[in-house]
Design a protein around this ligand. Structure first.
Ligand code: ATP
Length: 362
């Protein structure tokens, strides 16, 4: 502890491997010495058992009050089903707990830094991309309609307000993280109005950040570029649907789901969660890869203004992966969750890290 007032952070252990990787991430964050007062809140199966609801008000209220949370994975819709939240007399039903959480907390950006690491085999060793996906609109607003028995329509909604917000957020991130380029993905040659507006907002916002390069690609050309020349893409801004697809593409080519952290950012509340799910198939065995969630911890530290501690965690993860001794089974190794965590905690000790100020990664 360094005598500073502790940051108040909610921690939601979640389902499946959630409690195991939460223990790991909390251990690593505590090893940085940044004072944090953790407030545990339940969601998913644990909440259903305790409160009879997978996303109780007490959890949402705790997250709204603290404004920042480390959130473990929750089981997918097929296991938990739809969720109804009643608030101030209004009732909303969502397809899953994860979806309910994002919508109730008014998240507007999903941020996924995805990179390859020395020590982890990947056909794309130069991959180092931060995906910024707009999550409030586009075709995923779910406005669909049958126009007769054999015709279905879906509405694609793009607004200047939401598009400028995601681009502003991306450029501010690029400035803060010393990233050099922001790229927009779109299909404005076909969707002149909707994707055209999205792209125009990117150009408008870019004008206010002259030190950061801005370019754009059609989303199909972007897929080719990501697998042929990933080093040319740095911060990538996408509308909701393309963002969903390309996040998974990048996660896949980076080598393992167990390495990709993520942040859900809102005007009021932000929460940090790994890109992977609850992995019920390996829960309780002590072999889950904790690294994605530990890197979520680094993103959380950065969000709290503890950038130096965040960089130390990223560097410790990179060092441990490079050594190749402490790899969990998903990375081809035999190490256990607790061993990987201890190796990262040891590497964080003073004098063990020549922090090389690595770019991104968490
Ligand atoms: P969801 O729909 O919530 O994404 P899912 O079952 O489709 O759930 P995951 O839970 O991410 O997806 O699991 C996909 C596979 O990846 C599983 O075999 C799981 O064991 C593995 N996996 C996911 N996360 C990790 C991790 N942190 N460490 C090791 N293996 C993992």
């Amino acid at each position: 502890m360094n005598g500073k007032r502790p940051h108040e952070v909610v921690v939601v252990p979640g389902d499946g491997i959630g409690p195991e990787i939460t223990e790991a991430a909390v251990r690593v964050i505590e090893a940085t010495g940044v004072p944090i007062a953790w407030h545990e809140a339940l969601a998913g199966e644990a909440a259903r058992q305790r409160y009879g609801h997978p996303l109780p008000d007490v959890t949402l209220d705790a997250m709204r009050t603290a404004r920042v949370a480390l959130k473990g994975p929750l089981l997918a819709p097929k296991q938990t089903g739809r969720v109804t939240i009643r608030r101030e007399g209004v009732e909303n039903t969502y397809p899953s707990v994860n979806n309910a959480l994002r919508r109730e907390l008014a998240v507007f950006a999903n941020v996924r830094p995805i990179k390859s690491y020395a020590g982890v085999p990947s056909p794309f060793p130069a991959l180092d991309v931060v995906i910024m996906r707009e999550v409030t609109e586009d075709t995923y607003i779910g406005w669909e309609e049958m126009k007769g028995p054999d015709e279905a329509w879906a509405i694609k909604r793009i607004t200047r307000q939401a598009s400028e917000r995601i681009f502003r957020f991306a450029f501010q991130y690029a400035r803060r993280e010393s990233r050099r380029r922001v790229t927009a993905g779109h299909k404005a040659n076909v969707l002149n109005l909707t994707d055209g507006l999205f792209l125009q907002c990117g150009r408008d916002v870019a004008a206010g950040f002259p030190e950061i390069a801005f370019d754009d690609y059609m989303v199909d050309a972007l897929c080719v570029r990501l697998v042929k020349q990933p080093e040319t893409i740095d911060v990538l801004v996408l509308p909701n649907q393309y963002g969903d697809i390309l996040s998974d593409l990048c996660g896949g080519i980076a080598g393992s789901l167990g390495l990709a952290p993520g942040a859900n950012v809102g005007e009021q509340v932000s929460f940090f969660e790994a890109s992977h799910g609850a992995a019920p198939d390996i829960a309780g065995q002590g072999i889950a890869n904790p690294i994605a969630f530990i890197l979520c911890g680094a993103m959380l530290l950065g969000h709290l203004g503890e950038g130096e501690a965040a960089k130390r965690v990223q560097a410790a993860v990179a060092t441990v992966l490079k050594q190749g001794r402490w790899l969990t089974p998903d990375l081809g190794g035999r190490a256990r969750t607790a061993e990987v965590t201890s190796a990262i905690v040891d590497t964080l000790q003073p004098g063990r890290l020549g922090v090389e100020g690595e770019k991104g990664g968490g």
